[in-house]
Design a protein around this ligand. Structure first.
Ligand code: HEC
Length: 152
């Protein structure tokens, strides 16, 4: 290989490396999408299961940070994040999908966990290392439930 060809090949590799780390990149938040149109599973989400995932402390634990009036009877609700009442009217399915997979796309400094991101997490419990908090289908299920939150 000529010198120039080698340089070009190396540049190409670096480029593809950057692309494939895409949503999972930890440093460059510009690569993290704020909207993902395509379903992670191709299967419709199950809102009833999504509701369970959101309440579960071991799964979504969304109520630790969010108020959802419809879930008033479940556990204590935190107000670290905004109320999710009426969120279906504010965000689209595609925006919710990106937000749950990795909210650093919309806010690099957010404390909301990335539910699908596997790498680049800091302060992860050992048993969660290398694993995402929710499965792809669980994320779709949570989105299905969030889409029912149209008003109070
Ligand atoms: C550790 C706290 C924390 C947890 C746990 C958490 N969130 Fe959040 N969330 C936030 C914060 C803070 C924001 C505000 C925007 C930001 O920082 O990204 C937010 C923003 C959001 C938004 C955007 C709301 C809007 O009106 O713009 C949605 C939707 C959302 N969270 C859904 C969820 C769901 C669903 C779960 C559980 C699966 C969850 N969050 C778990 C902290 C959290």
């Amino acid at each position: 290989m000529k010198y120039r060809t080698i340089i070009a090949a190396a540049a190409g590799l670096a480029f593809f490396g950057a692309m494939s780390s895409g949503a999972e990149a930890s440093k460059d938040n510009k690569n993290i999408p704020t909207s993902i149109g395509k379903s992670f599973t191709g299967k419709p989400g199950n809102a009833a299961n999504g509701r369970k995932v959101m309440i579960s402390r071991k799964k979504g634990n969304c109520l630790a940070c969010h108020v959802i009036t419809k879930m008033k009877k479940q556990a204590d609700q935190g107000n670290v994040g905004p109320s999710l009442d009426g969120v279906a009217g504010r965000l689209s399915v595609a925006q919710l999908r990106a937000r749950l997979a990795n909210p650093k796309g919309s806010n690099p400094d957010t404390i909301m966990p990335a539910f699908l991101k596997k790498n680049g997490l800091h302060r992860v419990m050992k048993k969660f290392k290398g694993k995402s908090i929710l499965s792809r289908q669980e994320v779709e299920d949570v989105i299905a439930y969030l889409m029912t939150l149209k008003g109070k």
